[in-house]
Design a protein around this ligand. Structure first.
Ligand SMILES: Nc1ncnc2c1ncn2[C@@H]1O[C@H](COP(=O)(O)OP(=O)(O)OP(=O)(O)O)[C@@H](O)[C@H]1O
Ligand SMILES: [Mg+2]
Length: 323
């Protein structure tokens, strides 16, 4: 709110400057026109200048003045350019994610889908309290694990550490027996499917959203993913089917439909590990159990954050985060 007030005040100050600059400019131009006309008329009356020459002079003068003021405007634009490049530099000069250590990712095509955290501690800043402290756990390939705990206890943070989005301050993350840092995030992310708590749909068709704008989408696989997420029937009922436009300008989907489309997106590339952060919270219990059964058949490692009892019961193991 303070920033908004400051920005409004700054806008007002700019408007005031523009107004006074504009009126000063208009006054100067008028005075200058009057002065030139006055002097010119004197010269004409004194027979030092012909009327034709005065008119020619005036028309050239107008041209000169407008070009000159154009030049000033350009100079101002050039000054603004510095500001724009500074903003661009924030993005262009951002540090890229570390590349994988050479060789390893190629020999690891068949990544074993186990995840291990060793003595992981994490906090968002050095002067903030620890969110996770000395946490170790191991999740076997094919296992389905739920993470539960009160709101704000660090479940999403834990998931982001497993995803490599956050780097633990102490300890390390191991995937299939290889340290995540060595494995390389790009190679790792090719093999995982993720639905975060606040995932959204992009402006585009449902098919594009499920395939994540794949350049060569596999339509059979899109439909298969939608069936697994139990949203195929809903989509088929829409007049435009998979070409229905969603996102900012498109058809509004219900919260549960949106969640299932996002889930289909995570399933589209048949990941080896599936991470869900409250990805089925808007579904009714029956739909959720259908989705759960469909995913179970895929035999992928599943790590699911959930609050609901039924969701927790469907998992092989529940990790309770507390204290
Ligand atoms: N980007 C951030 N910067 C600083 N602190 C954060 C950030 N994200 C989360 N936190 C803090 O870390 C703690 C854990 O947050 P987290 O999102 O992991 O909780 P959660 O268990 O997922 O909660 P919920 O069930 O409500 O989603 C909270 O106290 C929160 O205030
Ligand atoms: Mg959360």
């Amino acid at each position: 709110m303070n920033l908004a007030v400051a920005s409004t005040n700054a806008g007002l100050a700019v408007q005031r400057q523009v107004l006074s600059f504009g009126s000063a400019n208009a006054m100067l131009t008028t005075l200058e026109n009057a002065a030139v006309l006055y002097l010119g008329a004197h010269l004409v009356l004194g027979n030092q200048l012909s009327v034709g020459m005065l008119i020619a002079f005036l028309s050239y003068k107008t041209q000169f003045v407008s070009r000159a003021s154009g030049l000033v405007d350009q100079a101002l634009s050039f000054k603004m350019l510095g500001l724009q490049t500074e903003r661009l530099a924030d993005i262009v000069l951002a540090e890229p994610e570390p590349a994988p250590h050479s060789g390893i990712h190629r020999s690891q095509e068949g990544l074993s889908a186990s995840i291990e955290l060793r003595n992981v501690s994490f906090r968002y800043a050095t002067d903030e309290p620890w969110v996770l402290k000395d946490l170790s756990l191991r999740i076997e390939p094919g296992e389905s694990v739920a993470i539960a705990g009160p709101s704000g206890c660090g479940k999403t943070t834990l998931l982001k550490i497993m995803l490599g989005q956050l780097e633990p301050e102490e300890g390390s993350v191991w995937v299939g027996g290889i340290a995540l840092r060595q494995l390389g995030l790009r190679h790792y992310r090719d093999q995982i499917g993720v639905v975060m708590q606040d995932d959204r749909l992009f402006a585009g068709s449902i098919a594009e959203n499920i395939s994540l704008f794949d350049a060569q989408p596999d339509h059979a696989q899109i439909e298969e993913a939608a069936r697994m997420a139990s949203v195929h029937d809903d989509i088929a009922r829409m007049p435009m089917g998979y070409n229905t436009l969603v996102g900012d300008m498109g058809t509004a989907l219900s919260g549960g439909q949106r969640q299932r489309v996002v889930l289909a997106r995570a399933l589209y590339k048949l990941p080896r590990i599936l991470f869900l952060d409250e990805a089925t919270s808007h579904l009714d219990v029956l739909t959720e159990s259908i989705v759960n059964k469909a995913i179970q058949r895929l035999n992928m490692t599943r790590i699911v954050i959930a609050h609901r009892q039924q969701t927790l019961e469907a998992m092989e193991r529940v990790i309770l985060l507390a204290h």
